[in-house]
Write a protein that binds this ligand. Structure first.
Ligand code: PHE
Length: 536
């Protein structure tokens, strides 16, 4: 236990006292000093073997406020007697003026004790001298803090003159290394001490193993990273493999056209999408061996999980045909669709954009699946960019969590069941689905969960079944259906960590102190099970 300057007083007083007498008791020898302070001083000395001490836990009798007044000024009956003998006689009606309102009750006892008597409405003295035994008793109790006769204690308690309290006190005696002062303590073993042998007698300062360590400058995981890990684990547990998403810049083709998003769609406006001006245009979609190596790895993982027995086919993906089919399905219609029937622009398709959703990557992965159509589950969690007006809940860049599931003969009910299962793993049950619109899915559904902390239904995701206009130009067979769903990583993180402004979580204004100390507010914000009000 370290010794600080302010502690020296009590510690020294204890040493001084033990120099004078063999044993001290904290409550009787140091009644003014708080027990905690005494204990700290005793611990300091005991850790140096300078003293030994024992803790005593005993019941003490203490005077109430009224008990203390009587102890100092005398009992009520004594006050009545002394007023009466001073005045000679006092009209009973005026007793209160002489002794005070509370002491009037002493009248009965003063008469019973034979100290005064009442005569025709007056109190007159009867005894010349009296013994105030109540006061004497209380004075003794104040000194000894105890009452030996249990009946007497009971009576005093019922008269509300004393109470009992559990009191901890310490009795201390000298220890083997007792000295009149704490000797100078050595904190370091030096070469000199070893050389001259003084280490043998040196008084080393004891280690303080109870001290709190200084806060460490350690790294900390960002809340978004922690929630991302949770999502990844949920995906991995359900047979998903992770798509390579290291492409922030995409062509209009992969971000929009291949997803059957018409070239006039408002999402493609400058107000919604960031365009890249240099270089001025993308290449037409083509083989890209470096980027595709990562996709090869992912597919190998997926094949291991879905061992359908199929072998990878070597038929090359025909990008030329894919390009032409996308043009046709927009402009003239194809694959049973009448298309949008507008003059499709190659230039618009090859504009470079900061990807607005990770569905651009899913599209690329699904196109490759046409090489060897088979069941597959792919996911990604990465950054996307939108030309948003920045406010408390919107930033121009955020993270998307996205999954796609390809299999033969899938139906919408299966998607709903999948999403219920997926979100229940995050603790979100009782989902609601609202019909919605995406150019690339039909049907489409927004997903809502009831948030107990916010007291309302909160949109937590977007989902749907990809359209034939998107899947068939890729070369996927008609009966291979694909579910897709996406959500932001930021919203569940904000809910989980009680962050109300997205700028506290992401961007240049983030407080690094928050990143270090953040704790999820478990329990405070709950996703309720039984709530039912309207979706807003
Ligand atoms: N791309 C959608 C979005 O940005 C999410 C989504 C993905 C919806 C896949 C349906 C299918 O909100």
């Amino acid at each position: 236990v370290p010794l600080r300057d302010g502690d020296r007083d009590v510690t020294q007083q204890i040493l001084d006292m033990l120099d004078e007498k063999p044993e001290l008791n904290s409550s009787s020898d140091f009644p003014q000093i708080p027990q905690a302070e005494i204990k700290a001083a005793l611990d300091r000395l005991a850790s140096r073997s300078m003293i030994e001490y024992k803790t005593e836990d005993k019941e003490e009798v203490v005077l109430t406020k009224e008990g203390q007044t009587i102890c100092a000024e005398g009992s009520h009956e004594f006050k009545v007697w002394s007023a009466v003998s001073r005045k000679g006689k006092i009209p009973v009606k005026e007793l209160a003026n002489e002794v005070g309102k509370t002491s009037v009750i002493g009248q009965g006892a003063a008469i019973k004790n034979g100290w005064v008597k009442s005569e025709q409405g007056f109190l007159v003295p009867k005894a010349k001298e009296v013994q105030d035994s109540t006061q004497q008793l209380l004075q003794k109790i104040q000194e000894t803090r105890s009452v030996s006769n249990p009946n007497e204690l009971k009576q005093l308690k019922s008269r509300k003159l004393v109470t009992t309290a559990k009191v901890i006190s310490y009795t201390a005696t000298k220890g083997p290394k007792y000295a009149k002062e704490i000797p100078v303590e050595v904190t370091d073993l030096t070469a000199d001490m070893l050389a001259d042998g003084s280490w043998k007698t040196a008084n080393f300062k004891p280690y303080n193993f109870a001290a709190l360590g200084a806060p460490q400058d350690a790294g900390a995981l960002h809340p978004l990273n922690k929630v991302r890990t949770e999502f990844r684990n949920i995906f991995f547990n359900q047979g998903f493999v992770e798509m390579p998403t290291a492409r922030f810049v995409e062509s209009g083709f992969w971000n929009f056209d291949a997803l059957f998003v018409p070239q006039q769609h408002p999402a493609r406006d400058l107000q919604d999408t960031f365009y890249v001006s240099d270089p001025p245009a993308a290449d037409k979609p083509r083989e890209d061996p470096i980027a595709e190596a990562a996709m090869d790895d992912m597919e190998a993982g997926s094949r291991r999980l879905f061992s359908t027995g199929t072998q990878k086919q070597t038929k090359p993906r025909d990008y030329e045909q894919y390009w032409n089919d996308i043009k046709t399905v927009h402009q003239d219609g194809a694959f049973g669709s009448i298309g949008y029937r507008y003059p499709w622009s190659e230039e618009e398709c090859l504009r470079l954009v900061l990807r607005t959703h990770t569905t651009a990557v899913s599209t690329w992965a699904l196109h490759r699946l046409a090489e060897d159509p088979r069941p597959a589950r792919y996911f990604s969690i990465d950054r996307v960019f939108r030309n948003e007006t920045v406010d408390a809940t919107h930033l121009a860049e955020f993270h998307q969590v996205e999954g796609v599931i390809a299999d033969f003969g899938l139906t919408l009910g299966g998607l709903m069941k999948f999403l219920e299962d997926f979100f229940s793993r995050l603790g979100i049950t009782n989902l609601r689905f609202k019909p919605a619109y995406n150019p690339y899915t039909e049907p489409s559904m927004e997903v809502f969960g009831y948030h107990g902390g916010l007291g309302r239904w909160v949109e937590i995701g977007n989902s749907g079944m990809f359209r034939p206009e998107m899947l068939e130009p890729m070369g996927l067979p008609k009966d291979l259906r694909v579910y897709g769903f996406g959500l932001s990583l930021e919203r569940p993180t904000m809910i989980k960590y009680g962050v109300s402004n997205i700028r506290d979580l992401l961007g240049h204004k983030v407080d690094l102190g928050f990143i270090e100390t953040n704790q999820p507010n478990t329990g405070k914000y709950t996703w309720s099970v039984g709530a039912s009000d309207g979706i807003d």
